[in-house]
Ligand binder design. Structure first.
Ligand SMILES: Cc1ncc(COP(=O)(O)O)c(C=O)c1O
Length: 383
């Protein structure tokens, strides 16, 4: 099998698994209890918090563990909305966010909040002028993703942070696809809230975190016990949190080397596919893009047909399309970037990672051109 869908999820790193196992077995204590078994679990949770904080240049007190990216996004946006609605009910986001952000905003719209969905250019970059112009005295939050999961485009986060600060508006970023891949310094970038998820960087599924800068006014998310300083009740997912901490530590040590290696593989895959397949468009920003992500649109072919054929060859990839209410809708990200729907239907995303090797690139760049050729033979649109 060749796995090229690291943006969907990553396999767990063996070192992460080894770090977690004791907390699923003999070290099973509840961190809130007082005997030493429990206190060892507490210490493990706090050590993980320190490792994650270090990765982001945050204070450990600014890290809240959650069940993953979706919860962190919900927490950030609703937490700010509910606690600051006396100031105003306006939130700014972009058209290309993950559904964890978009659907949270839609939910708030039904409760009387006003949401601005900013447009993006053809590369998927948010228009900063439009952002600044859309701020009103009622604006309480800007939520713009760090890097897009489908096309990989990285947003001008520092500039957005500056605009937010200038207008006294909170800035949240969904950094689920960026954390562990690229260095992030929340202080330098002016980020008030940041969402992340362990399973996108070789940690376990079902655990993530929200960074909340000290002094940010927000309401708690899950009412219950005093865990996570009363902001997110519920007994901690100790093994998951330990895994997240270990994944953060490994990312910090290996990120730079990993970037060089994976970028070279991705660039080679890009070069070969664009060279060997006629009528292909590259999606996303040519430079300001996650180094592991390659999104293309193959004209006159359906993304899903290519995926099924790749799967038959043991290759896992993804298309930008999502199955909505029984009908295949083209990706909202590509449409927002101005890609015509008929072309967006032919989208294909490869996202590379730690366990990919040159042979994988060679195999895919041999197999895909012939799959496309065969599919085009039966396409009514291909002459
Ligand atoms: C940009 C982005 N945000 C949020 C999420 C949701 O994260 P999780 O799967 O941890 O809920 C994902 C996962 O696909 C993502 O890519």
């Amino acid at each position: 099998m060749i796995y090229l869908d690291y943006n969907a999820t990553t396999p767990i790193d063996e070192r992460v698994l080894s770090a977690m196992l004791p907390y699923l077995k003999e070290e099973f204590g509840n961190p809130s209890s007082i005997y030493s078994l429990a206190q060892r679990a507490r210490r493990a949770v706090e050590e993980a918090r320190e490792k994650l904080a270090k990765l982001l240049n945050a204070d450990p007190k600014e890290i809240i563990f959650t069940s993953g990216g979706t919860e962190s996004d919900n927490f950030a946006i609703k937490g700010i909305a509910y606690a600051n609605q006396d100031k105003g009910k306006h939130i700014i986001t972009s058209q290309i966010e993950h559904h964890a952000v978009l659907n949270t905003c839609k939910f708030l719209e039904k409760q009387g909040f006003h949401i601005t969905y900013l447009p993006v250019d053809r590369y998927g970059v948010v228009d900063l002028d439009a952002l600044e112009k859309s701020i009103t005295p009622q604006t309480i939050l800007i939520s713009i993703m760090f890097a897009n999961n489908e096309v990989g485009t990285i947003q001008p986060i520092k500039k957005i942070g500056e605009i937010a600060k200038r207008h006294g508006v909170y800035f949240h970023t969904d950094a689920v696809q960026a954390v562990g891949k690229i260095p992030i310094d929340v202080k330098e970038l002016g980020i008030d809230l940041l969402s992340l998820s362990a399973h996108k960087f070789y940690g376990p599924k079902g655990v993530g975190a929200l960074y909340v800068r000290k002094g940010v006014k927000m309401s708690s998310f899950i009412q219950g016990g005093e865990q996570e300083r009363g902001r997110r009740g519920g007994t901690e997912n100790v093994a998951g949190i330990v895994g997240l901490g270990k994944a953060a530590e490994i990312a910090q040590e290996e990120m730079v080397e990993e970037e060089k290696r994976v970028r070279a593989l991705r660039d080679e895959l890009e070069r070969r596919l664009l060279e060997r397949i006629p009528e292909v468009v590259l999606n996303g920003h040519p430079q300001n893009r996650l180094y592991n992500t390659l999104s293309i649109c193959v004209k006159y072919v359906e993304g899903e047909s290519m995926l099924l054929n790749l799967d038959r060859e043991g290759i896992c990839a993804s298309s930008g399309s999502a199955c909505t209410s029984g009908s295949l809708e083209p990706s909202h990200v590509l449409l927002a970037m101005g890609v015509p729907p008929e072309i967006a239907h032919g989208s294909l995303r490869f996202s590379l990672g730690k366990f990919n090797r040159e042979e994988d690139v060679e195999r895919v760049s041999e197999v895909l051109p012939s799959i496309v050729e065969e599919l085009r033979k039966i396409s009514p649109f291909w002459e």
